[in-house]
Design a protein around this ligand. Structure first.
Ligand code: PLP
Length: 465
């Protein structure tokens, strides 16, 4: 899927603006993803297919979801018409009542007036970026970070995401976090770049961090803050779980627990930042495993002008009336939703334990976590051994981002497993990958044993002992 401009396409390209043209730049990673998605593992129909542990998807609850959604999928006359330019109000009410007020513990009850709906949070970030950023503005994000932010802020709004790499061991230290952010802001300003916004994932993807320090930096520097709380209901591990685990003799490395608190719940938010600078996003894709439905919401009880500006353009990303109506019915059954959230958490924890046991057994260092769907892996020693097999020599310190991608190509082509490439998440050091564990347990088992076989093939048995 290359869009290199040659003589034939050059004339066609004359129609495009420089921005649209530059959006067509090649992305090796995107091409890789398309190949992976086109050849999915299935025990019965495609047993040699690729097990996908590289994208953020949650397939843990599909039978339960299908049963519910199929019971809601009749088409009604009102579904045939466009009934609203912003989405049906009943859906905004259901989100406010059954998701936010019930599960996010907001300081003041959220109402439908505080919510903008979109085609997933991706579309909402795109329109937020259009409303808040000028072309060339910098948006700063702690790295490694979710790869999609780059495109969400850039493809249309032309803002530029800038990673702030903070060593993992310093993420819990608010003072150090504030210094890393301030240094990055100063560096960008010294180059004449306007810094406009900070994106913070709470809880984090792929790793967590301290929100309070970031709000203080934003206030000090007149920045806006987009709090991405898309994994809010996927906190799967508490200190209580750890006590139980210790009784079972499990040995996940120690974790400093951060119980999730939405910024919507802070009763002293205005002591930290002017709340009109803050907006929160959440949606169906992760906590509910419904990314195909493309439904997300942005919430701000504090900035009605931002909401008005986003509503003004929200018909560009309107969902089918039938989708809005189905999802309203889905959310209104709050008993079903509560059970789904609890079941999802239990299943995430079970899969997390399965994956981390494998990692420990195979001496792959990882960042322990308590929320989300991922593990951040340090596979430098394995990439080095892989490189050594190709070259006859290599040390961990010798590996490059090119080696990181080569090893991933090898995993896809030979081991038939896909994991996320560290570089795609703006990882500062090569040799890191993101593993999504929220897939069906039997597929997770297949993928992990394929990786184990591959490690022993490239490293010899010594690494496994
Ligand atoms: C942190 C984060 N934010 C936003 C998104 C986008 O989700 P969607 O557009 O499906 O709502 C993702 C998807 O992976 C994500 O991980």
């Amino acid at each position: 899927m290359s869009h290199a401009i040659d003589a034939d396409t050059g004339r066609q390209a004359e129609i495009l603006t420089p921005a649209a043209l530059s959006n067509l730049r090649d992305s090796k990673y995107l091409e890789m993803l398309i190949g992976v998605v086109g050849d999915p593992y299935d025990k019965a129909t495609n047993p040699h297919g690729i097990v996908n542990m590289g994208i953020a998807m949650n397939t843990l609850n599909q039978p339960y979801l299908l049963e519910k959604l199929n019971s809601l999928s009749k088409v009604y006359a009102e579904d045939l018409d466009l009934t609203s330019l912003t989405g049906i109000e009943q859906l905004q009410m259901a989100v406010a009542e059954h998701i936010i007020n019930r599960h996010f513990n907001p300081h003041e009850p959220v109402t439908s007036k505080h919510i903008v709906l979109g085609n997933g949070t991706t579309a909402l970030i795109d329109s937020y970026a259009f409303c808040v950023c000028e072309p060339g503005d910098a948006v700063i994000i702690n790295s490694p970070h979710y790869t999609g932010f780059r495109d969400d802020f850039h493809l249309r709004a032309r803002a530029v995401t800038v990673p702030v790499p903070i060593p993992i061991q310093e993420l819990d230290d608010p003072e150090r976090v504030a210094i890393y952010y301030q240094d990055k802001i100063d560096e960008l300003r010294a180059k004449g770049t306007r810094v406009r916004c900070i994106v913070v994932c709470n809880p984090g993807n792929p790793i967590g961090m301290t929100v309070q320090a970031i709000l203080a930096v934003a206030e000090k520097n007149n920045l806006y803050v987009l709090c991405d709380e898309i994994y809010a209901l996927s906190v799967f591990r508490t200190s209580q779980d750890d006590d139980n685990d210790n009784e079972d003799g499990k040995t996940d490395p120690p974790l400093r627990h951060h119980p999730f608190t939405s910024v919507l719940s802070w009763d002293d938010l205005s002591n930290h930042i002017d709340p009109s600078r803050v907006a929160v996003i959440h949606g169906l894709s992760k906590d509910f495993g419904l990314s195909g439905f493309r439904v997300g919401w942005l919430i701000s009880p504090w900035n009605s002008m931002l909401l008005a500006a986003m509503h003004r353009i929200s018909f560009f990303s309107i969902r089918p009336t039938m989708t809005d109506r189905m999802i309203t019915g889905f959310l209104n059954d709050h008993q079903f939703v509560d059970t789904l959230i609890a079941t999802n958490r239990r299943r995430l924890l079970a899969n997390y334990n399965l994956a981390t046991e494998f990692l420990r057994k195979n001496s792959i260092p990882y960042v322990p976590s308590q929320s989300g769907h991922f593990l951040w892996l340090d596979m430098r020693h394995i990439v080095a051994r892989f490189k050594q097999g190709l070259l006859g020599h290599a040390r961990d310190a010798d590996i490059t981002f090119e080696d990181e991608i080569k090893y991933l190509e090898h995993l896809i082509n030979d081991a038939r497993v896909f994991i996320g490439l560290g570089r795609a998440f703006s990882a500062p050091v090569p040799g890191h990958y993101r593993l999504t564990f929220s897939i069906k347990p039997e597929e997770l088992q297949v993928a992990l044993s394929r990786i184990a076989d591959d490690i022993s093939a490239i490293s010899g048995d010594s690494l496994l002992n």
